[in-house]
Design a protein. Structure first.
Lengths: 269, 177
């Protein structure tokens, strides 16, 4: 009687690799992954929360050079003037809304989320948050800080977690306008390493340093007028068809531990 | 069996460190413990325990991977396979420099397999985000060498496992024992 030949070890190893790859690419392991994530997420959240609490402290201003402090003070003065003007406009707007019984709802509500992991390198700026499909999030929704500053968009989703593409990621593109003006002025492109650039600014536009850049009203899931950065320098000649501007984010993106995702109110569970 | 579970638990903790602790640490402390644990287990313990640790850690990394397409479980099993081949056929003696060589080869292989999977998935369109090298890629390598050296010397000192018991000819002639 002849016995069945035993499959070789190599055959088994290659077979296991191919089968695993097929299962992953076909998405057949997704329910198992969701279940495992459901079980482990509280531990991951606890660990990242405590690590962030220890290490993500605001940087001390004592390390700044005198000229940097002077530049910041100058910028603060400009912003204070802008703030006073905007405050007056806001009061006026409030009165007008009351008078006309204008609908105050912006049409969005926010979902708080904690950053559980991140990848901030020269060529990538991504966050992983502890909210996902089960919280009715969708790809492309705006992600803001607790002060309401736009930092990025939802990039990909799983059942319990989602990844956020920060506005400094080289693949990020955000339509932008200048604060106080409604029309689209250009596109904020991430440049990696914490930098961003406002591009395709028509040379006829009046843009200068220290102006606040906000989101424009041309993106499906991103509300308009969310502040996202400040103009550091305008680049290009007046003879160029388009100008560009170096944009500095309004928050230190590597020191954030909590964010909010803006989703349309109709998606609220 | 209990030791395999213990190794898996250790690997899972290392995976947890890599996804939830390491990204928030200051640059000099951005070490990656999974490879160190796997190499130590391969050198002083058994392959099955190293596989258990690597698999547990890689599963945690796969569960919380950022959008760059990765398949940490397969990568790490392949890595163990290569390291095991090395330890059986090339670095057969248990010495400090063999252990350090093993961990450095492991780190290079880890980067290479991550690059390969990232690039292939980008080219064939599974992922929109290409793999990119960590700016401070050398920091984990320095930690790897320091940590495995420390553990190796502590083990040698405490257990006397890798101390040779054969006397050299000049020691015999001097009557030293």
């Amino acid at each position: 009687m002849t016995s069945m030949p035993r499959p070789s070890r190599w055959f088994l190893i290659i077979g296991f690799f191919c089968l695993s790859l097929f299962l992953v690419l076909a998405g057949l392991l997704r329910p198992v992954g969701d279940l495992a994530r459901h079980v482990t997420l509280p531990v991951v959240r606890f660990v990242s929360k405590n690590t962030a609490a220890i290490f993500l402290k605001p940087s001390s201003t004592t390390s700044l050079r005198p000229e940097e402090i002077q530049a910041l003070e100058s910028r603060l003065t400009h912003l204070a003037v802008d703030y006073a003007r905007l405050k007056a406009l806001e009061e006026e707007n409030k009165t007008l809304r009351l008078q006309t019984k204008f609908l105050t709802s912006s049409g969005y509500d926010s979902v708080g989320a904690r950053i559980i992991s991140r990848d901030l390198t020269n060529e990538r700026a991504l966050l992983l948050i502890d909210r996902g499909l089960q919280d009715h999030l969708e790809v492309g929704q705006a992600v803001i800080t607790d002060e309401g500053i736009f930092i990025g968009k939802i990039y990909s989703l799983k059942e319990q977690v989602a990844s956020v593409e920060l506005l400094t990621d080289p693949h990020s593109r955000v339509a932008a306008a200048l604060a106080g003006e409604q029309r689209l002025i250009g596109v904020v492109e991430g440049r990696g390493n914490g930098a961003a650039r406002l591009t395709f600014i028509p040379s006829s536009e009046k843009i200068q340093a220290d102006q606040i850049v906000v989101t424009a009203n041309t993106q499906d899931k991103v509300p308009q007028n969310l502040p996202l950065g400040i103009v550091n320098a305008v680049l290009g000649e007046s003879t160029d068809p388009f100008l560009s501007a170096a944009i500095e984010p309004l928050v230190h993106l590597n020191q954030i531990s909590l964010v909010s995702v803006l989703r349309p109110s109709v998606l609220k569970p | 069996m209990r030791r395999i579970i213990l190794a898996a638990l250790l690997g899972a903790l290392a995976g947890l460190w890599e996804i939830a602790v390491r990204p928030f640490l200051p640059v000099p402390f951005m070490f990656r413990p999974l490879l160190m644990i796997v190499v130590i287990l391969l050198v002083v313990s058994r392959r099955s325990r190293a596989v258990a640790a690597a698999a547990a850690g890689a599963i945690i990394m796969d569960l919380y991977a950022l959008p760059v397409f990765d398949f940490a479980l397969l990568r790490w099993l392949f890595l163990i396979f290569c390291l095991d081949l090395l330890i059986r056929h090339v670095l057969t003696h248990r010495s400090w420099y063999a252990t350090v060589s093993l961990v450095l080869v492991g780190r290079l292989l880890e980067y290479f397999t991550a690059w390969l999977i990232g690039q292939v998935s980008f080219w064939i369109g599974i992922s929109n985000v290409p793999w990119s090298r960590d700016v401070h890629w050398w920091i984990p390598a320095i930690w790897d060498v320091g940590f495995v050296s420390l553990v190796f010397f502590i083990l040698v000192f405490l257990t006397q496992r890798f101390v040779t018991s054969i006397l050299r000819p000049e020691e015999r002639s001097l009557g030293r024992f």
